[in-house]
Design a protein around this ligand. Structure first.
Ligand code: 2IT
Length: 445
């Protein structure tokens, strides 16, 4: 495999898709060795087939705002790869969304979903629509207009969307409501649904809980106790909330959360009612964390800054791609960080990831660490198909087992000769092997 040739051909075909090329490069570098050891991969042109999505839908979403003005957004669904199961992945509503973002997310999702051991292929979608400051009625009209276009292309055994940044239970409710009206069936088709109409217990917490189960396994493998550690978390949405909750439950102290406006440093720890206050902040719709410092005066708000300048044992980016760069990585290491795990998808820049690996920092990539979210979506699909509901304990126990299993798989393929565990390599190789074998078994399609 000639990585540079593949990447330059891809770049020529898809100029400017920087996030997508970044995600592809990370995987290719990781799998180069196993790829070269298995001539059948090259013979079957697995890489060339894997880097092009099965298909992409792009569409106009026109809707009327509260003032009566017409707004026009772009809608997308990238059906990336269904070698293992129906396309599965979230919808992101955020001003920064473009095709490059969604292709990188769909590509990552394919390997992440393979790691969960559940039968799910990879997909992703969304819109450049920003929910910030929009009324409930506007969000509903936007979701309905979005679904009017997309509904024909999804289904419980075809493509099962879920939430991501900007898409939570409220949006899933509006999307699913319109989907059902058009499709005239009630078979799930979305995950992250409300508990009253087919949602799964523990799904809201699952990404954060799963991430902490994974981090705990990473520390255990190094004989490090999680209890008493200090943790920096970025973001304050659903994923950050679940991560803070589980980290605190496991005996760590979370001293930061953040928003687009800056970060909060809370030396007493984000615990107790402060964790639930995160949800209140999120639901205010303003997308800022500054009010936390007004409510809890022993904490400090640092406008325009990122939490990585604080001295912590564990750093968990939980917000958005490339939110932790080389400079941040250097600052964390200078402050003696023990472990860094991406909870957001591709939370670290390529330079930051290379730095952590070069310095042998305990580091794990998003597609392993945050797979608990989509894994629990898979459990929601199972419950819908069986028309039953599992208890919170049942779901949590399955989630815990899945995360342990992902850790074991990543360890198997990620151990370097000197004993360093390269989780990036481990997760990429484990995910790739499964997808590649499934593709070969099913012929040239
Ligand atoms: O990035 C992700 O894995 C998600 N946003 C969750 C996807 C899902 O289908 O639950």
């Amino acid at each position: 495999m000639n990585i540079n040739n593949i990447l330059s051909a891809l770049e020529a075909k898809h100029p400017g898709e920087n996030e997508f090329l970044q995600a592809v490069k990370e995987v290719l570098v990781s799998i180069e060795d196993v790829y070269n050891q298995h001539p059948e991969f090259e013979k079957n042109r697995i890489i060339e087939r894997l880097v092009e999505p099965d298909r992409i839908f792009t569409f106009r979403v026109a809707w009327v705002d509260d003032k009566g003005d017409i707004q026009v957004n772009l809608g997308y669904r990238v059906q990336f790869n269904n070698a293992i199961g129906p396309y599965k992945g979230g919808l992101r509503f955020h001003a920064s969304v473009n095709l490059s973002t969604l292709k990188f997310l769909g590509f990552e999702q394919t390997f992440k979903n393979a790691l969960t051991t559940l039968p799910m292929g990879g997909g992703k979608g969304g819109s450049d629509f920003s929910p910030r400051g929009k009324s409930n009625a506007e969000i509903m009209r936007f979701c309905q207009a979005f679904m009017l276009e997309l509904w024909r292309n999804i289904g419980p055994d075809t493509d099962v969307p879920a939430g991501d940044i900007g898409v939570g239970t409220r949006e899933i409710g509006y999307l699913y409501g319109m989907y059902k009206k058009l499709a005239r069936e009630n078979t799930g088709t979305f995950t992250g649904k409300g508990l009253e109409y087919g949602g799964s217990l523990v799904r809201p917490e699952a990404t954060g809980f799963g991430a902490l189960y994974f981090v705990n396994e990473m520390l255990k493998a190094k004989n490090i106790d999680f209890n008493g550690k200090t943790v920096a978390i970025s973001g304050f949405g659903n994923v950050a909330w679940g991560a803070v909750k589980k980290a605190t439950e496991l005996g760590a102290k979370v001293i930061t959360i953040s928003g687009p406006d800056g970060y909060i440093f809370d030396p007493e720890g984000v615990s107790g009612e402060k964790i639930e206050y995160m949800l209140e902040l999120r639901n205010s719709g303003d997308d800022i964390v500054a009010p936390y410092a007004e409510k809890y005066p022993n904490s400090t708000f640092y406008p325009g800054k990122k939490p990585w300048e604080q001295k912590v044992d564990i750093a968990l980016p939980c917000a958005i791609q490339n939110e932790l760069n080389l400079q941040d990585a250097e600052a964390l290491l200078a402050n003696g960080v023990t472990c860094v795990a991406e909870v957001s998808n591709m939370g670290c820049t390529a330079e930051a990831v290379d730095f952590f690996i070069e310095k042998k920092v305990l580091f794990a990539p998003g597609k392993a660490v945050n797979a608990g979210g989509v894994a629990t979506s898979g459990l929601e699909m199972s419950q819908n198909a069986m028309h039953i509901q599992w208890t919170a304990e049942e779901v949590d126990q399955k989630l815990h087992q899945i995360m342990k299993n992902i850790h074991t798989q990543s360890l198997k393929y990620g151990k370097d000769n000197d004993g360093y565990i390269n989780y990036v390599k481990g997760a990429n190789v484990a995910g790739f092997m499964k997808v590649a074998r499934a593709m070969i078994a099913q012929g040239v399609v």
